[in-house]
Design a protein around this ligand. Sequence first.
Ligand code: NAP
Length: 319
Amino acid sequence: MTAPLGVGLLGLGTVGSAVARAMGDRPRRLEHMAGRPLRLAGAAVRDGAKARDAGGVSVTTDPFDLLDDPEVDVIVEVIGGTDPAFDLHLAAFERGKHVVTANKELVARRWNELHEAARLAKRELRFEASVAAAVPVVAAARMLAASRPRVVRGLLNGTTTYICAQLDARRAFDEALADAQRLGYAEADPSADVDGLDPAYKLSILVSLLEGRHFHPDDVRRTSLRGVTAADVDEARTRGAALRYLATADFGEKATKARVAPEEVPLGSLEGEATGPQNVVRIETDLAGTLVFSGPGAGGDATASAILGDVIAIARATR
Ligand SMILES: NC(=O)c1ccc[n+]([C@@H]2O[C@H](COP(=O)([O-])OP(=O)(O)OC[C@H]3O[C@@H](n4cnc5c(N)ncnc54)[C@H](OP(=O)(O)O)[C@@H]3O)[C@@H](O)[C@H]2O)c1
């Protein structure tokens, strides 16, 4: 039998726990698809005493217990943010591990350094889960390498889609935001959602893939969703439109312009009908025409699906 592929989780929150549960509940399917067993070595967390629904995986508060474990081949980083995640990615490559992550902020901000570290280590950096969770748009963008991109446009943030749908139902912005927080859609500090940082990171990753070079998230012009009123929603409706928080990249002849802003979409379109975590991504290119992707863009299981797809791809490539 081929040797198992060892996996070490950094982070055991919403996403990490879902990865651990999925690895625990379908080992045979994963082995079949990977061509060898996947073995979860453990998970690094901040609080070692916290109760978790993570299939009984062993936890440590020292990420180096996993980084220095010779039986760990792949590090799955689902801590989030840039610090300490960036140093942990570099430490993983230095130790000859592959890295899989859902961390859009880190990939968007430190694109060049991470790709260079992976290249020097001759290891893989994979981040399908960082954009639109279960919807395989990172793979799609890679497969469009021969096509010239024209436009990327879509809904890349579930919290703001939820808020827009609530505004459609004549709720006030603050009430809708409070609901999103209560339902666990929005962060306690919702700025990354409603001020556009989160969709800007995801758009930056898609543009970087489609252009084959880093497009920095600071170059995405952001207009906050705060300040959208019932009157704006009513006015859009008179034009047969709804307001949604759209991420758009226009690939011009000379320069690519990217923005995240409240914009009108046709009522009855996929975007106009979206009410929560489902994402919609349209990619228009010269050779491939317009491709449309839609599906769950957040949530533990949906994100775990993309992460394990990446882990399986590494297992198959390194058999
Ligand atoms: N949630 C989603 O739907 C979703 C979707 C797509 C992508 N993502 C991305 O996935 C990543 C994880 O998100 P999440 O929602 O799972 O976050 P989360 O629930 O806040 O979990 C973060 C985990 O990281 C651990 N952690 C924090 N600092 C650490 C440190 N210094 N060393 C070791 N562990 C540390 C935490 O430990 P404790 O548990 O002990 O506090 C926790 O287990 C983020 O990059 C996020 O953007 C999330």
